[in-house]
Design a protein around this ligand. Structure first.
Ligand code: B12
Length: 215
């Protein structure tokens, strides 16, 4: 493990957001490391955390804290350095994600967004209670590859279907891959409404999105 890998790993392990930001900032300010290399180190650590969560070695609150610390470090320290250096942050694809109309649950969707982001995707998080037309509007604006729909209450499920119906109605269904998720959803539900994929949790979401973009 390199010195930076080790220091970053320890900062994340101790949930020490300030320390993580300081390490990254000082490494970048002193030209010790390229910003994209930092993203790679952090992405690898995130994958490891995802696996720990799957094996139930860590619990959800820890995963949420880690995802938030990482997202905020990338947003505040690493992304600006990438932009300033003129380097292109390699993006694996663009994803528009949100919780559908009538539903205000955000934690799971934000976790999925952070995971996709820290795994190299450009993520546009529209928040909660998002009307169908808004998903399409943003997807068109940023030329997205994927639209991700979250639902936590049974009553909001119909609004997932509504987004797909809107895409069909506007003749752009084939332009985007649609992935759905959230506790009341399932692979069967995804199939029923004509979505392209379903994922059970954030790690699975990264896997499924990788697969969707490979096709
Ligand atoms: C926290 C919570 C709230 C919070 C939400 C805070 C917030 N900012 O998100 C508050 C208090 C606001 C809330 C409100 C309500 N809630 Co609530 N809430 C929950 C609770 C306890 C946890 C949800 C959660 O965050 N889980 C943790 C995250 C990490 O898991 P997750 O959301 O499932 O997400 C994972 C996967 O589903 C997946 N995923 C999620 N989204 C996406 C999207 C994509 C694209 C993909 C690929 C994957 C994916 O990956 C995520 C990460 O692993 C659940 C109970 C439960 N055990 O789920 C009830 C629950 C969802 N709530 C419920 C209800 C009924 C309500 C209310 C209607 C209550 C009321 N009477 O007012 C309101 C709804 C208001 C509304 N219009 O939306 C019910 C839903 C029942 C149903 N099937 O309809 C539940 C199941 C509780 C219950 N047993 O009755 N709630």
């Amino acid at each position: 493990m390199s010195r930076y890998q080790e220091e970053i790993y320890n900062a994340i392990l101790n949930y020490d957001e300030e320390r993580l930001k300081t390490i990254c900032k000082s490494a970048l300010d002193n030209n010790k490391i390229k910003p994209i290399e930092l993203v790679k180190i952090i992405s690898d650590i995130m994958s490891e955390y995802g696996e720990k969560f799957e094996k139930e070695e860590i619990m959800l609150p820890e995963l949420i804290v880690v995802a938030n610390i990482v997202k905020s470090t990338i947003d505040e320290i690493i992304d600006p350095a990438i932009r300033a250096s003129g380097e292109k942050r390699e993006t694996k694809g663009k994803i528009v994600i949100g919780t559908v109309e009538s539903d205000v649950h955000s934690i799971g969707k934000d976790l999925v967004a952070s995971f996709l982001f820290s795994n190299g995707y450009e993520v546009y998080n529209l928040g909660v209670d998002v009307p169908a037309a808004k998903f399409l509007e943003k997807a068109e604006e940023v030329n997205a590859d994927i639209i991700g729909l979250s639902s936590l209450i049974t009553l909001s499920l119909d609004f997932q279907k509504q987004v797909i119906d809107v895409l069909k109605k506007r003749g752009v269904r084939d332009k985007y891959k649609v992935i759905v998720g959230g506790a009341p959803t399932s692979a069967d539900w995804a199939k029923k409404i004509g979505a392209d994929a379903w994922a059970d949790d954030s790690l699975d979401a990264v896997k499924k999105v990788n697969e969707l973009l490979k096709k």
